[in-house]
Design a protein around this ligand. Structure first.
Ligand code: ITT
Length: 202
């Protein structure tokens, strides 16, 4: 079964493809599908934004669509950057600059107050049938960790080099892709999506 992924972020597409390897589900990115859309992510929660993205592309294509809205919530920054993770310090600012700025901001914050989590909401939107749009299903995955003291690791993307995973004693950018996918917010949300797709029996 093929799903269109409503994202312009190729790192998300890569991780989701890795996780779906060996299943009967395949992902077509918007780029592959030749879809260009500038989606206004004006929701205030991950769930709202995931639904906006999935339903916009479902309405445009008439296909089943999966969307991922995710971000990093930092306790010492009152949950920021949160839903604004990709827009933090400006969409075009590179992640080395963003990550350094966060480390600088937290330089005097002790370990026990450096808690952080990656959150991922995934929305699955279904094609209209007999003039009715089925209800979009939404799932959430959370990955708990802390903000590191230094940038470390080359894997992953975005904020991975400053996201320390205590159980692994390394950042999520130092973890192998397989290990990150097993523990990550995206991995946990995707497991629920796959279970829901299997229930559909289509
Ligand atoms: P789309 O809206 O087109 O899907 P986007 O990158 O703008 O792409 P979001 O609005 O969901 O996506 O922002 C998510 C941001 O959160 C992402 O750009 C990263 O900065 C961060 N993020 C999410 N998951 C991450 C992960 O697994 N590792 C590192 N950073 C992550």
């Amino acid at each position: 079964m093929q799903l269109i992924m409503a994202t312009g972020n190729q790192n998300k597409v890569r991780e989701i493809r890795e996780m779906l390897e060996g299943t009967s589900f395949t992902i077509l990115s918007m780029k592959d599908a030749g879809i260009e859309a500038d989606i206004d992510e004006n929701g205030t929660t991950f769930e709202e934004n995931a639904v906006i993205k999935a339903e916009t592309i479902r309405d445009l294509t008439g296909q089943m669509v999966l969307a991922d809205d995710s971000g990093l919530m930092i306790d010492a920054m009152d949950g920021a950057p949160g839903v604004y993770s990709s827009r933090f310090m400006g969409e075009d600012t590179d992640y080395t600059t963003k990550n350094r700025a966060i480390l600088e901001r937290l330089k005097d914050v002790p370990e026990e107050k450096r808690g952080a989590r990656f959150v991922c909401a995934m929305a699955l939107a279904f094609p209209e049938k007999d003039g009715v749009k089925p209800e979009t299903q939404v799932f959430r995955g959370v990955f708990e960790g802390r903000i590191a003291y230094e940038i470390a690791g080359e894997n992953g993307f975005g904020y991975d080099p400053i996201f320390y995973v205590p159980e692994e004693k390394m950042t999520s950018a130092e973890m192998s892709p397989e290990a990150k996918n097993r523990m990550s917010h995206r991995g946990k949300a995707l497991q629920q999506v796959v279970a829901a797709l299997k229930e559909l029996k289509i």
